[in-house]
Ligand binder design. Sequence first.
Ligand code: CA
Length: 428
Amino acid sequence: MSQFSVIPWNARSWLEVSSQSDFSLQNLPFGIFTSNGRTEPRVGLALGDWVVDTVALFDAGLLAQVPGLNRTHLLAAELNALLSAGSLTWRGLRAQVAELFTAGNSTLLKNSDLHSRLLVKQSEAKMRLPTRVSNYVDFYSSREHASNVGAMFRDPQNPLLPNWLHIPIGYNGRSSSIIPSGVPFKRPMGQLKADTDPAPIFAPTKQLDFELEMAFITGKETALGETISAQKTDDYIFGLALLNDWSARDVQRWEYVPLGPFLAKTFATSLSPWIVTLDALQPFRVNGPEQTVPVLPYLQTAGPQTYDIHLEVLLQSERMSEPLRISRTNFKYMYWSMAQQLAHLASNGTNVDVGDVYGSGTISGPTPDSYGSMLELCWKGTKPIALPDGSQRKFIEDGDTVIMKGWAEKDGVRIGFGEVRTQVLPAG
Ligand code: CA
């Protein structure tokens, strides 16, 4: 783990950062933003209620120590150029920002004129997608989720298909419809056919669902033909974000045989704007569930491979004044680790690009209040959720907003992801 760069756990900033803020000095996640005074997109790091403008830091001569850093890495509409410059560069940038904002460092503290040039209120920043995404893959790595779906649609006594305990199952998604938090989408149309219908119809989905997921974003590429050892995946994973894999269950059920999900998934996928580095998450590294069937050598790993990250889903209808929490779970429940997912994905020699998004698969915990989709929470519509506005939900209705949050916390230090928030608009 020596390559990780963890900011000292007892360090605090001279900038006021609430202990409840997701964006502590130890976090410093990366994103791309614009604001009124900054119309050209640029790299920002979140700290407390603020975004640190890295272009302004560069122009003030405060990033001269960062190896290989170029202004074009920072004045950029995506993080790809910065990541491609290499981990020495982006780690150096994050370490330098941490040092400049640590209590006791007087470089910035005594220059209040500089503060207004370097800092933008998060409430005044417009966040964009953090990377240019060449490839989006979605896995299916929660044993609880796969078992729930298998029990509902196949055999409750034997819910997992025979390959599930041997392969981190996944499919290639569609990167063009990944949208940042805050961008709404229209309820999709699709082919629907109930078992009792003689033929399909083309209509708006009646079973729009979310899937609570996390995604890892790659920061290093491979060439075609190259593979990634399961022991070396940390070198390729830049960080994590929250992901909502929107799904149309009725479309999915009719189309998925025999090639898997297609249009039921490709109309929208929502991503949170801040990428929390794998470095920041190291203090939260934990063991995942025991793998009950031995895995093939190329999937074998050593030591803890997952992270203790609290997750929750909230739902707000247009008539509700505040959102209702409908699920609470944890990333550590995932059966297959990111290391195994990435090693498996690259095992046939396909190439990995910088900025790729790899979804974990729906994260469901062991109890019914920890499931990561409406399909499971409402158990195929048999257990509707009552909302405070008097209505009920089996799936997501027009006007509803779904919010996902995630954070890790230890010894008063919080490493959070912010949120991914999406409103569903009517079809048409
Ligand atoms: Ca999914």
